[in-house]
Design a protein around this ligand. Structure first.
Ligand code: CA
Ligand code: CA
Ligand code: CA
Length: 199
């Protein structure tokens, strides 16, 4: 394969891996007097300037760590001894200047492969700054606020192990697990952590 073809192939592969680019939505308010507004704007009332609103595509990140406070990653594809307990962390980074309200997250945990550890839900109260180092996100969450497994509006998370074949762990006002609403302020990360045994 020649170099150009290889570069092209690599570019295509990378594009497939990158998050979707944000969308730019543009709009104009038009007006006229004595007739409908005209486009282009040659009538009696000058139209508004174009207003552009950008939308960013957010992503959920899920990682596994050793069951201690070191924040040591367990890479996807790793092999561990049966019975090992890991910490799973999932988070969303709201890098925008606008709050994300009513965010809902769902983690379906295969109950054959993993055993959810009762009472292990925690979160960082969406207080970690956007683009923080992974160690900071982990630290803030690992030492964060406990969430009850129970489904109620008292807090933003719950674990329903009665579901099968996957236990269902949710955050935010999920329709099947009505937790409290999860709102992520502008420029903040909401991160959650729970423990599970690898069976
Ligand atoms: Ca006009
Ligand atoms: Ca709860
Ligand atoms: Ca179950």
């Amino acid at each position: 394969m020649n170099t150009n073809r290889l570069k092209w192939l690599l570019a295509v592969l990378l594009l497939g891996l990158l998050p979707q680019a944000g969308m730019a939505a543009t709009n104009i308010g038009r007006g006229n007097w004595g007739a409908d507004p005209q486009s282009p704007d040659t009538d009696n009332i000058t139209d508004s300037a174009t207003i552009t609103i950008n939308s960013a595509a957010m992503a959920v990140v899920k990682l596994a760590f050793m069951d201690d406070a070191t924040g040591t990653l367990v890479a996807s594809g790793s092999t561990v001894a049966a019975g090992t307990i890991v910490k799973f962390m999932i988070y969303v980074d709201n890098s925008t200047a606008v709050a994300m309200n009513d965010v809902r997250l769902e983690d379906l945990l295969n109950e054959t492969a993993f055993t959810y550890q009762a009472g292990s839900l925690k979160w960082n109260t969406a207080s970690t700054n956007t683009a923080s180092a992974l160690a900071t996100i982990f630290g803030n969450t690992d030492t964060g606020t406990a969430l009850t497994d129970a489904i109620s509006g008292v807090d933003v998370g719950s674990a329903d192990v009665t579901q099968t074949p996957n236990d269902r762990i949710t955050f935010g006002a999920h329709s099947a697990q009505t937790n409290g609403a999860l709102n992520i302020p502008a420029g903040k990360i909401a991160a959650f952590l729970f423990r599970a045994r690898v069976n």
